[in-house]
Every structure is written in structure tokens, then in C-alpha cells.
Design a protein around this ligand. Structure first.
Ligand code: HEM
Length: 138
């Protein structure tokens, strides 16, 4: 839930480019062949309409208690036949790293940390993320 919530607020891929290879009709919309479409992942993940009033809060619990459409409202790895091939690997890796961290250290954010997400191809912290690590008692 913590990893999902981090990927919701800070999806590395903030937009997904697509191109229509043929004329498409979706309900009353017409998408002509050749049109470029940018799926705004960051905007979808930060939509108050979809996620509620606490949309900008870090609240991992939302993945436990509230229903959401995973392939439409939560798409850090995209969706459909060309979604991220490394999704399961990346999630497993993140879970292993996080569980190793929390079982060995107490960590707090450094006073020098400046919250400055920036899009440079992918979304990243502009000045890095400085944390204090304190080893837990054995
Ligand atoms: C948190 C980590 C990751 C995120 C958020 C992520 C996100 C994404 C997204 C959004 C796409 C789709 C791009 C699009 O549809 O335009 C994608 C595609 C892809 N990703 Fe990842 N990815 C991650 C980790 C990985 C890892 C670890 C691997 C490989 C081991 C990987 C390999 C790929 C490949 C090969 C594609 C292209 C798939 C295709 O076009 O059929 N990704 N990724």
C-alpha cells in the first residue's frame, strides 16, 4: 500500500503517449487516424473527483479501504497489451528493499530535504532525498 501510494502521488511516467493507427469511435468521440494522444497519468492520479478530498495527502490506507479502478484510475505501469513488462519485478524489488530497510533502520527525513518533484523524462526529486538512518537495536 505504501509503494502504491508513492506511485500514485509520484508516478515516474507522468504521461503516456499513444497514436491512433486507424479511425476510432468511442461513444460520441471520434479519434482520427494519426492523432497523438497523451494520457495524463499525473492528472488522473491527482484527480479529486476520482480519489476524494484527501487526494494530495499521502494515505497508503486508501489502497486497503477504498475501491478504485486499477486499470483506469491507477496506471503507474500503464495498462493494456503494452504495459510495463517489468511491473512485477519492480514491485517485488521495491517490497524487498523496503522490508529490509524497515526491519533494520528507523529513518527520518533530513532537515536539508527540499520537496521539489521535477519531470526530466521521468518524475524525480530535483535535489534528491536525504534521510537519516538509525540502526535498530539487534
Ligand atoms: C517503478 C518502476 C517502473 C515503472 C513506474 C515503469 C513504468 C512503465 C510504463 C508506464 C511503461 C509503459 C510506457 C507506455 O506504455 O508508453 C513501461 C514500459 C516498459 N517497462 Fe517499465 N516501469 C518500471 C520498471 C521496469 C523494470 C524494472 C523493467 C525491466 C526489468 C521495465 C521494463 C519495461 C519495458 C520493456 C517496457 C516496454 C513494454 C512494451 O512496450 O511492450 N520497467 N514501464
Amino acid at each position: 500500500m505504501v509503494i502504491n501510494e508513492s506511485l500514485r502521488l509520484y508516478p515516474p511516467a507522468t504521461v503516456l503517449p499513444r497514436m491512433a493507427f486507424e479511425n476510432i469511435k468511442i461513444r460520441r468521440s471520434f479519434i482520427p487516424k494519426g492523432l497523438s494522444i497523451w494520457i495524463p497519468v499525473l492528472a488522473i492520479h491527482h484527480s479529486e473527483e476520482l480519489w476524494g478530498k484527501d487526494v494530495n495527502e499521502f494515505n497508503p490506507d486508501r489502497f486497503n479501504s477504498r475501491p478504485f479502478a486499477s486499470g483506469r484510475h491507477f496506471i503507474p505501469f500503464a495498462a493494456g497489451p503494452r504495459n510495463c513488462i517489468g511491473q512485477s519485478f519492480a514491485m517485488m524489488e521495491a517490497k524487498i528493499i523496503l522490508s529490509m530497510f524497515i526491519s533494520r533502520f528507523r529513518f527520518t527525513i533530513s532537515e536539508s530535504y527540499r520537496h521539489a518533484p521535477v519531470v526530466v523524462m521521468t518524475l524525480k526529486p530535483k535535489y534528491g532525498v536525504q534521510v537519516h538512518l538509525n540502526p535498530l537495536e539487534p
